[in-house]
Design a protein around this ligand. Structure first.
Ligand SMILES: [Zn+2]
Ligand SMILES: [Zn+2]
Length: 328
C-alpha cells in the first residue's frame, strides 16, 4: 500500500518524531514490496531525518538534530538483551520490516535510544548508508587477521562493494569478484583488485571468502574457493525460490530471508570449513567511518528520486539499480 495521506503517527514513551529528508531503498524493502518478506505497514528503514518532537519532552538537545535511526528496536529485558546481544533480542521489532512502521513517510516514530546524530561532515545521502556500512564493518569483527590472508569478497552489490572496502583496510590480500564490469570498475578508484567471477580458478586457496551474493551459487563458489580449514562468511539477505526442500536458511528476525536451497554442504565437512553468518553492525561506528572517509559510499548511488515516486523507485531497485535514494 502507498498511502501518502496517512495520519501523523502517535508517539509512544521514549520515542522521537522524525521527519525523514533522504531515504534509502534496501533489498529488504524490495522483498517486502514483492511479498517475499511478510510485513504490512509503512515500509523503509534507511533514512536521515530531523527530530521534530520527543514524546515526553526529554532529550531537548535532540530536537532539530539531524539523525539516523538503527532499524532494530530491542526490548532491553530478554536474555539476549541482558547479555548485551540486543541485535538478537527475542522480541525485537524492526523499522518497516517487522512490527513497526518505517520511514517511507512524512514522519516516523523512532525510540530515542535508536537515534544517532549525523556528524556535520556527513551529508544526508552519505548518512543513509549508515546501516549498510555498519553491516560491512561488522565483518571485520568476525575473524582475526593473521599473516596477510587471502580474502575474496563475492558479489558486486551494495554490500559487496562496502565489505571489500572494509577488508582492503586490513593487512590482507583482498579482491572482489562479481558479474557487472561497471560495478567492479568502482574498485579502481579505491585501488582494490577485482575480477569477473567466471575468470577465476576454483582452487581451494583463499583463507576467507565473504559471500555477499545471498545466493546458492555464491555459497557453492565460496566452498570451492576457500582453503581447507578456511572460513566462509555469509552476509546479507537474499531471496530464493522455495520449490525444493529448504536446506539452509539465514534468519532475519521473524522473517526467513536468505534462503539458499539445494546446496550440497559436504565440502564443509570434507575440508573442515568454518561457516559464519553475519548481519548488522554498529551505526555510530559506521557514521565515524563515513565521516573519516574510510568508506566511500556516494559512488554507489545509481538512481535518485522523490518519495512521491516511491513505487517507481522500488521497481527500479528491484530491477537492478545498485542503490536508489529518495528525497522527501
Ligand atoms: Zn537496509
Ligand atoms: Zn530483548
Amino acid at each position: 500500500m502507498w498511502d501518502l495521506d496517512a495520519p501523523e503517527p502517535e508517539l509512544r514513551r521514549g520515542e522521537a518524531l522524525v521527519r525523514p529528508t533522504v531515504m534509502g531503498v534496501c533489498s529488504m524493502d524490495v522483498g517486502v514490496a514483492g511479498g517475499l518478506v511478510p510485513f504490512s505497514g509503512v515500509m523503509g528503514h534507511e533514512f536521515v531525518g530531523v527530530v521534530e518532537r520527543i514524546a515526553d519532552g526529554g532529550y531537548k538537545e535532540l530536537v532539530g538534530a539531524r539523525v539516523v535511526g538503527s532499524m532494530s528496536v530491542a526490548c532491553g529485558a530478554c536474555d539476549m538483551c541482558r547479555k548485551g546481544l540486543s541485535a538478537h533480542c527475542r522480541v525485537r521489532t524492526v523499522l518497516g520490516l517487522s512490527g513497526r512502521d518505517g520511514c517511507f513517510a512524512d514522519r516516523v516514530c523512532v525510540p530515542v535510544r535508536n537515534l544517532h546524530v549525523v556528524p556535520a561532515g556527513v551529508s544526508d545521502e552519505e548518512g543513509v548508508f549508515a546501516e549498510l556500512v555498519g553491516a560491512a564493518l561488522h565483518t571485520r569483527h568476525i575473524f582475526k587477521v593473521e599473516g596477510r590472508p587471502f580474502v575474496t569478497v563475492l558479489g558486486d552489490g551494495k554490500l559487496g562493494l562496502l565489505v571489500v572496502q572494509v577488508m582492503a583496510k586490513l593487512n590482507a590480500s583482498v579482491r572482489l569478484l562479481g558479474k557487472h564490469a561497471g560495478r567492479l570498475a568502482l574498485c579502481d578508484r579505491w585501488g582494490i583488485k577485482h575480477r569477473m567471477v567466471e575468470e577465476v580458478g576454483l582452487r581451494h586457496d583463499q583463507d576467507v571468502v565473504i559471500d555477499c551474493t545471498g545466493t546458492a551459487q555464491g555459497l557453492e563458489l565460496a566452498m570451492q574457493m576457500v582453503r581447507p580449514r578456511g572460513k566462509i562468511i555469509l552476509k546479507g539477505p537474499a531471496w530464493g525460490t522455495r520449490a525444493a526442500g529448504v536446506q539452509m536458511c539465514v534468519g532475519f528476525g521473524a522473517v526467513r530471508a536468505g534462503v539458499r536451497e539445494g546446496v550440497d554442504l559436504s565440502p564443509l565437512v570434507a575440508h573442515e570449513i568454518e561457516l559464519i553468518g553475519s548481519r548488522c553492525g554498529s551505526v555510530p561506528e559506521a557514521l565515524g567511518a563515513i565521516a573519516t572517509k574510510q568508506i566511500d559510499v556516494l559512488p554507489l548511488i545509481s538512481k535518485r528520486g522523490k518519495l512521491a515516486e516511491g513505487v517507481e523507485m522500488l521497481r527500479l531497485a528491484g530491477a537492478g539499480e545498485l542503490k536508489v535514494v529518495m528525497a522527501a
